[in-house]
Design a protein around this ligand. Sequence first.
Ligand code: ADP
Length: 237
Amino acid sequence: MIDIKHITKSFGSLQVLKGIDLHIDKGEIVSIVGPSGAGKTTLLQIIGTLDKPDTGSITIDGIDVRSLSTRKLSDFRNRHIGFVFQFHQLLPEFTALENIMIPAYIAGKNTAEARQRALELLAFMGLSDRAGHKPAELSGGEKQRVAVARALVNSPAVILADEPSGSLDSRNKAELHQLFFELREKFGQTFVIVTHDEGLAAITDRTIHMKDGEIETPSAPPIATTLNSSEEEEPTL
Ligand code: ADP
């Protein structure tokens, strides 16, 4: 689903990504962890086509995104990728239902289609009775679930989440994490989640550790262990 080859990215003289190779299968739920400044958000922005790498290639759902014109890229992003941020970023003047419908409008769906899809998603989230509420009238957990519904409205193949549970209490956190797995089960989406939340990272299919702009590979066994184990081997004659 996502194939990244040797991506580099610098901001001025600071090299933030130093040659990232990453392959993520369809339906995988992958977490990206690492210290602040490691380059996690930059990598997520590049996967989300919100930013461009300096070098390297990136293929999403079989499409070489670096070959797309700006207009095609924006269309691609709207149809193939859903974003969930730490702070829900719902528009305060619109209801939950309207917030979910907005990306569907942008993608060219008519009002009836967009409304139907948004209502289905609200029902899936257990929020049908909140359709007419504005963000200020929703709890933190509800707002985040509306934000997830909005990310799903165009049935994207990939959901990218940056600290999605960062602003939630532990109960809402657990519910949101559970929701990601239910969505994968129902819609088959691929998730890439940047998180500091060890609980979330622990339950994902795979955790990518980043440090100083690189993906850390699991360290090799200590040399003493290697020597000991070879000593124990039967000599081959
Ligand atoms: P992380 O998500 O792991 O905390 P980021 O990808 O946000 O790391 O940032 C990596 C480094 O790149 C940081 O040193 C940050 O200050 C720098 N950086 C990120 N975005 C920009 C930008 N638009 N302009 C300049 N520097 C940036």
